[in-house]
Design a protein around this ligand. Structure first.
Ligand code: NAD
Length: 306
């Protein structure tokens, strides 16, 4: 089988070597398309591919139509909102992700940004500590669980909201389950967002929820920019000079926010949550293993387009 590794932002060489080894050891062929600058290069490359590994690369109807032999797409990473699930479903193409492989990396970044924010972006003034602060985790998936683990080390008081996660899972992790989103925002000094971008969650965190947060609160977003209502974020930061917002994804109105609110906001220059050598290698190798597994026995344990 021909496996295409198509990455506009390439994997580290160690990850590519590992992927190649897994694919070739199983008797398949690996073809690389890295740092492509024109989507037509991707259209051409998928033409005879049986399997596709991507990162944040957009796999829309055009790409899928250009890939008549395609059987499986694996997103090396967690979020799969870059892949057109409906068209893949119509074509019976399996789509999988590699959950959990980059979640520690993202969780560590949450705390990198949290410490920076409570220390006033290291501006020379006296800040506060995370110890004793209340942390609300909005979605208790792979990243949320790693955030909870690290928060315990900081001595934070941790609660979480996730309608799809049983309370026992949270309780076992020493986390208090919360069942209303209003309660989560009202009762926490720090809220960390880990909801996926879905029809339900897009734009769902706006002025109403953020305004429930207590004085001096911090909102951290390492999920997706789309889950924030950006115009309302701007409004509420203007109304509430005590609030801070830090994100791993530049909002559409980033320049205005920085201009208006200075060091109360911080954005990584590009999405950096999963940008560690470890996460890179873990996700790439997991993607390669899923493809080999699928061609071996037809199983797809992390299928997301059923
Ligand atoms: P995950 O699939 O393990 O967890 C997502 C959790 O969200 C699940 O537990 C699910 O039950 C919960 N959920 C879904 N809808 C919800 C809702 N309306 N309210 C509350 N909870 C809800 O994914 P993950 O690995 O934890 O990643 C979470 C998100 O973070 C991803 O979807 C992705 O968008 C983002 N992410 C960003 C980076 C980055 O580089 N910054 C890296 C990985 C993931």
């Amino acid at each position: 089988m021909k496996v295409l590794l198509a990455t506009e932002k390439p994997f580290a060489a160690a990850a590519v070597n590992g992927i190649r080894q897994i694919i070739e050891d199983a008797g398949h062929t690996l073809v690389l398309l890295e740092k492509y600058t024109d989507r037509n290069q991707l259209v051409t490359a998928v033409n005879d591919a049986n399997a596709l590994i991507v990162r944040s690369d957009i796999i829309d109807t055009n790409i899928i139509k250009a890939a008549p032999e395609l059987q499986i797409v694996v997103r090396a990473g967690a979020g799969y909102d870059n892949i057109d699930l409906e068209t893949t479903r119509e074509r019976n193409i399996i789509v999988e992700n590699t959950p959990g492989q980059n979640s520690n990396a993202v969780a560590e970044l949450v705390f990198g940004m949290a410490v920076m924010a409570v220390r006033n972006m290291y501006d020379g003034t006296s800040g506060t500590e995370l110890k004793g602060k209340r942390l609300g985790i909005h979605a208790f998936g792979q990243v949320g669980r790693n955030v909870a683990r690290i928060a315990k080390g900081f001595g934070m008081d941790v609660s979480a909201l996730d309608p799809f996660c049983p309370d026992e899972v949270m309780i076992q992790a020493g986390v208090k389950p919360v069942h209303s989103v209003e309660e989560l925002y009202t009762n926490n000094d720090v809220v960390s967002l880990h909801i996926p971008a879905t029809a339900e969650t897009r734009g769902s965190v706006g002025a109403r929820l953020i305004n429930l947060m207590p004085k001096g609160a911090l909102l951290i977003n390492t999920a997706r920019k789309e889950v924030i209502n950006e115009p309302e974020l701007e409004e509420i930061l203007a109304e509430r000079p005590d609030l801070k917002y830090v994100a791993d994804i530049k909002p559409g109105n980033a320049e205005t926010l920085v201009e208006k609110f200075g060091s109360r906001v911080f954005f990584t220059p590009k999405k950096m949550g999963a940008q560690t050598a470890e996460a890179n290698i873990n996700a790439g190798l997991a993607a390669a293993r899923l493809i080999v597994q699928y061609f071996n026995d037809g199983s797809a344990p992390h299928q997301v387009n059923r």
